[in-house]
Write a protein that binds this ligand. Sequence first.
Ligand code: FRU
Length: 539
Amino acid sequence: SEEQQPYRTAYHFQPPKNWMNDPNGPMYYKGIYHLFYQYNPYAAVWGNISWGHSVSYDLINWILLEYAINPTDPYDINGCWSGSATILPGEKPVILYTGDDFKKHQVQNLAVPKNLSDPLLIEWVKSDHNPLMTPVGDIDPNFFRDPTTAWQGPDRIWRVVVGSQIDGHGMALLYRSKDFINWTRSQDPLHFSLKTGMWECPDFYPLDIKGENGLNSSVQGRATKHVLKASFNDHDYYIIGDYEPQTDSFEPQTDFMDSSFQLRYDYGNFYASKTFYDSSKKRRILWGWILEADSKTDDINKKWSGLQSMPRRILLDKNGKQLIQWPIKEIEKQRAERVNYQNKELKGGSVFEIEGVMAAQADVEVSFDLPNFEEAEFMESQFVDPQLLCSQKNASTRGVIGPFGLLVLASKDLTERTAIFFKIFKGHDKYVALLCSDQSRSSFREEINKTTFGAFIEIDPHRENISLRTLIDHSIVESFGDEGRACITARVYPELAIGEEAHLYAFNYGSQSVTITSLSAWSMKAAQIAPIQKRRRPP
Ligand code: FRU
């Protein structure tokens, strides 16, 4: 019941029990979305990793299927780790995944659907040629995993990258193949960094410079930019640049860990993500693993661990310098009761309750009219870590323009609350909005990681308003600042503010008043996540 399981989500994907980590092999195939995931069939802790498999018509409601890939062979007996799907010509989906083999060496394997006429693709068979790529030469068998979706160059040759670390440096090893079976390692990696360690779950894909449509991974050319994402230091970092398939060179505009300012998909809790191209709606969609922030003992007691983010549509910002993410529009079908406010002034120091929606299960969109920037506090943003700034000056610290924003999963007396807010700063030659997600008072419970998160958004001096959208779902709070220019996801475990006891507020603890231009909040209907009828097995 909800009383025993106050933290289970209602409209975020989640299996009924046990451990889940990375999203794997997402794809759209013949009218159906497939999501696979790293899954432990036996417990709420990491281990025995199999590929869980669920399918959906709308990315919101899911049918849980049998495991697609299980650790049964010498080349994956210690775990079927992360990988990706590629749809080969003739509408033939295949999966490349990492096996932890009988020697605990990481190798890359291929699996294909047993029966292409089954639209659910329930059964997968492993290739007789496995393993296809093995850690030879300078590749450390402990650092060789997570193949991407493959792409084809104009020469029709397939390329794929595999995450690695050689001599302590993170890299995306490049392999080429004509037949998807025989793979040859390229002398040069697609990219590497002297400033990071192991790259987990790399992702590499094109985006249209002008249009809003997503692109198939094999599209190249002058109208595209390529994104390279790598997972390290507990975060998903990305760089944007030009990819040249003739030479397989990738020239990024900025590089990983180059400056204090780092591009990340999400500045909160979000890891090991993967994108796919949705050919039906011509968009690129991102899924990320949202870890628990409670203890391992809590996970064992509640019998589950791990969520997937709301699928997000990815676009290139007009300036070409960063990505924009927005929850897929299908989620709006889950919106039920709505409350709406317009032109509501929030005087300095005020808090007001948004009543009439299920505050534990809601979607909130708000836009604030900003006061004159002349008054903004001074800060040299390039020398400051936004996360540190958010934790030093949290939601309770009064400012000038801000903190203003939302208090979510809050108890009636506000002793428990997660605060998502903006503060505006003036630098020498620019203005920045600081977006914070402050978990420091999210729960009275102990042994919960309540780290506060933060991100900067550059704004020009004529900027008149700034928006925030927050998806609240019992123990996950996903926030999209400035139309998706900065995203922060948090996991919270309130003790009082659960179920019907959760409240939602707007607040302004700055000295300047700000006006809510408009605020809409909706209760969200629960998604259906149901197992498929199981085949009978002998006892
Ligand atoms: C990332 C990761 C991957 C690996 C998988 C194992 O979270 O460590 O590198 O393939 O999880 O479950």
